[in-house]
Design a protein around this ligand. Sequence first.
Ligand code: AMP
Ligand code: GLY
Length: 436
Amino acid sequence: MKILLVGNGAREHIIAQKLKDSPQSIELFCFASSNNPGIINLAQGYKVGDFSNENIISYAKENNVDFVFVGPESPLEKGLVDDLEKVNIKSVGPYMELAQLETSKSFARQLFKEYNIPVNPEFKIFESMDGVEEWLLYLEENFVIKPDGLTGGKGVQVSGDHFQTMNEGMALISKLIENGTRVIIEEKLIGQEFSLMSFSDGEHLVHMPCAQDNKRALAGDTGPNTGGMGSYSFSDGSMPFISDKELKDGQEINLKVMKALKEKTGKPYRGILYGNFIATKKGLKIIEYNARLGDPEAMNVLSVFKSDFVEVCLGIIEGNLNEKKVEFENKATVCKYAVPQGYPEDPIKDETINVDSIDTSKVDIYYAAVDKREDGIYLTGSRAVAIVAKHEDIYEAERLAEEEINNIIGPVIHREDIGKKKLIEKRIEMMNKLKE
Ligand code: AMP
Ligand code: GLY
């Protein structure tokens, strides 16, 4: 079987690894925007180019692939899956219309409203400043500003966090509106966030373990938002700050969303449904949905995935996911990203890193924003290398990941608090207080 993987981050590196781990014999091809040394080692064919549908489809046809696995969101937004279907190539990844669940925050909020899925905060969508002030006053100045489009996790601004006063908020909104951007202004939710991803064939879902990403750049949840500095998952597949009922609710919500999408568009959602939930005093709400695997959460869930990943992909494509065996190990995982100094605002680029001293019997290494050149592995300005450890005990997994990430030589930094007892207990305590 021939499979084309689109993308070249750490998420795609672990996807490539899982495809290659399949007992079925596969030939792997990758369409990438830079040389990921990990994927290059696993793939029979590797092409670097612009992620246009035309370029990707021509590479898929050239290699006569059986299906395409779309890693990141941008090709989904451009309708890659729809265009591949026109030339009879199947994909793991949703059609453009369905990917709006991620690519348009207003589409997602309106879908939940229309289908009575009670996961929305109070929200309103604005295309001019008319009524903005009244809305902010109604929300009692606790609000979140979201541009309506893909922002790489860096476009959302939260009151009390990214800005302090109502006037500062008004100025940010007015700048977006002046640039012609549609803006969603919503109630600021208080609680603990987690990711619950499910494989979807359009009719059936298979849920993955939950994971918690840590988006702020610096220890103690300070600094700007990033794509995600690291994440962890627990051996029971849940989160220590949610109840069994909340876990079930989350799984049920993913199912309702899949069904709502089918009803609204008439099309099956084939790919990964990724709910970014927040557990609040009033139950689970949705921060956003993504239409792909999370990065870094893919490293958590796929590290404990122990079935045949190719079979899961075929189940997604063929609509018989319910007949596939999908099992996860009962182990905790900790993933920490090494990022260039200065990330995300002013990252060091074009300098090399060396990972040769990492003990790969203790952790796994997944390459992200790096470029392998003749004389070394170069930083390209975003999250560079993910270090992943798994263990029955999450704190032991953290210790291993922390020990080994410190063996990277080069101008990179990481968050040492991710997965430590202090941070996790702080989150549990916050939730306990909230529910009092
Ligand atoms: P997003 O790009 O939608 O993932 O948002 C980035 C981050 O902003 C989220 O991970 C949350 O921490 C925060 N955020 C987004 N929406 C809300 C909300 N309604 N209430 C509180 N925080 C939010
Ligand atoms: N972990 C955040 C994301 O994948 O969007």
